[in-house]
Design a protein around this ligand. Structure first.
Ligand SMILES: [Mn+2]
Length: 375
């Protein structure tokens, strides 16, 4: 599985005539190694070797991750500690325990010849500044993001399970809705249900909004706002993390929907599916955005659509590609993206419907299965 991804890193180093690569964002280290935590994946062209450099306390967990991913022959784990461990190490008797003293940036620097070109994927300016003292540093964050944007079949399977978990939790939450329940209680039910069903975490703090709170795209669930007896719109945006991969879906419902709510919700629903119909490999992301916007405009609602249409979903809940009016990214087979137009009418209510979609060879496959018309 993942050794094919390591091969892509090796090719990148070769193409750019570099002496090596350092990958250091938690999401990308996880992508290439299956280890989630602080660490650095280092590739050296000179000895054609991959090293996962982790703080001493993470050593055993990193080893375990590599065993689980069948990466043992491809990648060495080395632990570092800035000042050494005063009590010595119970583990240093084992053959494979490698501990080096020094800061990560010094350990990395010692692996390469001064002055060579080093490719770096990081969000740490400190690391870049330190490496720049000895090497020509080239940022490859964009290239790594592009690799991650196209999903392997095993990644898609994980996203599908994360979606099933979120939808099961959503189903429980909707059936639990009662007049005396608060937004926070519904959010708590969702988070509990996702964990109970195998999610390791939520992909982002669950959004539950009732009534006027639905006008905020990122509403915060309140323990004081209860549903009550009067018909109210209910907006729920949730996602689970399963084996490191996220899901992301939104539904807006209303029991006893008003005519005005129904009209807006139907326009948003049409916008979602018109945009999904526009998805296929080779199409520009902004064209998909425009397809949704046109539907809202023909209903006089486009001025209430105040965010982008969607985003890539994978190890991170927001990753490449962005689907906005400015995005000229070409969609490719294997990308997983959200399609989530929303209409937020100040002082009244908001409606957002979000589907999770896989770009296929011919078009799009909607991964989210939960009914989208709930009024
Ligand atoms: Mn989203």
């Amino acid at each position: 599985m993942r050794h094919a991804l390591l091969q892509k890193l090796r090719s990148l180093a070769e193409q750019r005539n570099a002496c090596g690569i350092v990958v250091s964002t938690e999401a990308s280290v996880f992508y290439f190694t299956g280890f989630r935590g602080p660490g650095y994946l280092v590739y050296s062209i000179a000895d054609d070797s991959f090293t996962l450099l982790v703080p001493a306390l993470e050593f055993l967990r990193a080893k375990k991750a590599l065993t689980e991913e069948a990466l043992e022959g491809y990648l060495d784990v080395v632990a570092f500690t800035p000042y050494g461990l005063p009590g010595g190490l119970a583990l240093d008797a084992t053959d494979d325990y490698k501990l080096v003293t020094g800061r990560a940036s010094d350990v990395i620097s010692s692996m390469f010849q001064d002055g060579c070109k080093l490719l770096v994927e990081t969000d740490s300016i400190t690391l870049v500044k330190k490496l720049e003292k000895s090497f020509t540093v080239e940022d490859v964050s964009g290239a790594v993001e592009d690799m991650r944007a196209t999903k392997e079949p095993w990644e898609i399977e994980r996203i599908e399970v994360a979606t099933e978990i979120a939808e099961a939790a959503l189903n429980t939450a909707i059936s639990s809705l009662e007049a005396d329940m608060s937004e926070a209680e519904i959010a708590a039910i969702i988070e509990y249900e996702m964990r109970r069903r195998g999610a390791i975490d939520h992909a982002f703090p669950t959004i539950v909004a009732f009534g006027e709170n639905t006008v905020y795209p990122h509403a915060e669930p309140s323990p004081r706002r209860v549903l009550g007896y009067k018909p109210q719109p209910v907006l729920i945006d949730l996602g689970a993390v399963y084996k490191g991969y996220c899901s992301d879906i939104t539904r807006t419902l209303m029991d006893g929907a008003t005519t005005e709510f129904r009209k807006v919700a139907e326009a948003v629903h049409e916008a979602v599916y018109t945009a999904i119909d526009a998805i296929r490999p080779g199409v520009s992301a902004h064209e998909v955005y425009e397809a949704a916007r046109r539907v809202l405009a023909s209903n006089g609602l486009d001025k209430y659509f105040i965010h982008s249409l969607g985003h890539g979903v994978g190890i991170e809940v927001h990753e490449k590609p962005r689907i906005s009016y400015r995005s000229d990214v070409e969609l490719r087979e294997g990308m997983v993206v959200t399609v989530e137009p929303g209409v937020y009418i100040p002082g009244k209510f908001g409606v957002r419907i979000e589907e999770l979609v896989l770009v296929t060879r011919k078009g799009a496959r909607v991964l989210s299965r939960f009914p989208s018309i709930l009024w």
